[in-house]
Write a protein that binds this ligand. Structure first.
Ligand code: SF4
Ligand code: SF4
Length: 425
């Protein structure tokens, strides 16, 4: 927990953004071309430098926390591309999350409708039981033809956020497939791995969890899939709901962190949040737990998997919270290149956000759609038939853009492709 002995300008002392972090910005502007919202809007206050300026002005008591200030921070994707670019080490993600916590506590809101959608998303997505209960009505909505009717009628057009939510629904909703609680290792034993099954992942992309467990086992890891594991709290963290985030983090650590050598995630957003538990919880236990966390690509890159041939042209999109949040870029590419027959074509601006960013595409559908269209254009240039991305949000966002544009594209997690290539001994 970040605390300060005195009030910090317009901020409360509890969980105030770090003054050192804010002052680290030397206004050089190197981050500007890397910022997706600055690229689209060209506005200084919608750039990293402008946002740091606003946060610092509030911290120094030169600005109030107003809806106008909140609007510039709402438009930020939290993608952290600015952190990668910044030569001064400005910890933008942590500054943003701490400032959002202050805005939330003081109920400073730029748009009430976006706030209502955020409340709804936070009440559903991080709760596996509620998300699971939603699946049946959603299936009915699709299978009955109601969804087709709704889309054809254009009835949702005035309600941009509802329209975005409808568009993001996968065409076929799979059922949650439950993995056994323990999957034995095959071959040379490496240790014991706890698998985070994720909230969205377990219901919308169960095949990714299956592939992850299968590959881990083939790589020599005994896989534990603890029952009753909850949410990592990433959405709450990004929304500045720090108390709820901390409670979720503590409960997840208790569920996953016992008697294991590593904790594995296959969702970039979750992995990035887990690796920051030490910072936000500020105790040794959380630090130790964060040190156990690995993205699946970081684990598999050290394994010698028996892979058969797949003749495919593939491109790779860097999920922001993998590339910028966890600095994991080389490992997924290396794994894809190891599949015999796969040609990996680099994607221009691969690490520029696709517009998904947690629930950003529900809260800011226009900006998200513009970024999605730009991403799809870059993908189209590669000529690849498959796009690999290590985050469920990116998979949904790019799939939806491809569907709307009529582009025949398979969007999948790298482990799905690796699992297709895996030859059992
Ligand atoms: S986090 Fe992303 S959107 Fe926000 S200021 Fe940084 S680069 Fe721009
Ligand atoms: S690159 Fe870093 S130091 Fe330069 S303007 Fe951006 S945030 Fe500030």
């Amino acid at each position: 927990m970040i605390t300060s002995p005195v009030r910090q300008g317009a901020f409360d002392v509890v969980d105030a953004p770090s003054m050192d972090g804010l002052r680290a910005c030397v206004h050089c502007g190197i981050c500007l071309p890397q910022c997706p919202t600055y690229r689209v809007l060209g506005e200084e206050m919608d750039s990293p430098r402008g946002r740091v300026y606003l946060m610092r002005a509030a911290a120094e008591g030169r600005a109030e926390l107003t809806p106008g200030l909140a609007r510039h921070l709402d438009l930020c994707l939290g993608c952290r591309a600015c952190e990668t670019a910044c030569p001064s080490g400005v910890p933008f993600g942590q500054l943003l999350e701490a400032t959002r916590a202050q805005l939330d506590r003081k109920r400073v809101r730029a748009r009430e409708s976006a706030h209502a959608m955020l409340e709804w998303a936070l009440s559903i997505f991080p709760h596996p039981d509620r998300l699971g209960a939603l699946l049946w009505p959603l299936r009915l909505y699709q299978a009955s033809g109601l969804r087709k009717l709704v889309r054809a009628s254009g009835i949702l057009a005035p309600f941009k956020r509802l329209q975005a939510m409808d568009a993001l629904l996968p065409r076929v909703l799979p059922g949650a497939s439950s993995l056994p609680e323990l999957i034995p290792a095959r071959g040379r034993a490496r240790g014991r791995a706890a698998l985070l099954t994720g909230c969205v992942q377990r219901f919308f992309f169960p095949e990714i969890n299956l592939a992850t467990a299968r590959l881990l086992s083939a790589a020599g890891w005994e896989v534990v899939v603890p029952r009753g594991q909850g949410c990592c709290g990433a959405l709450h963290l990004h929304a500045g709901r720090l108390d709820e985030f901390r409670a979720m983090a503590r409960s997840l650590m208790a569920a996953l962190g016992r008697d294991v050598d590593i904790v594995v995630t296959n969702a970039a957003g979750c992995g990035s949040a887990l690796k920051e538990y030490g910072h936000w919880l500020g105790d040794g236990g959380a630090e130790r737990f964060a040190g156990l966390v690995k993205d699946i690509s970081e684990v598999l890159v050290d394994a010698d998997l028996p892979l058969g041939e797949l003749r495919e042209t593939v491109t790779y999109h860097d999920a922001c919270h993998l590339a910028h949040g966890q600095k994991v870029r080389a490992q997924p590419r290396e794994l894809l290149r190891r599949i015999p027959g796969v040609t990996l074509v680099e994607l221009t601006d691969s690490d520029l956000c696709c517009g998904s960013a947690g629930v950003y595409n529900l809260l800011e559908p226009e900006m998200a759609a513009e970024l999605g269209r730009r991403k799809l254009e870059r993908i189209r240039e590669t000529g690849a038939r498959i796009v690999a991305a290590g985050n469920p949000g990116c998979i949904m966002q790019i799939s939806q853009q491809a569907l709307e544009a009529g582009l025949a594209l398979e969007v999948m997690h790298p482990v799905t492709l690796l699992s297709r290539a895996l030859r059992e001994p």
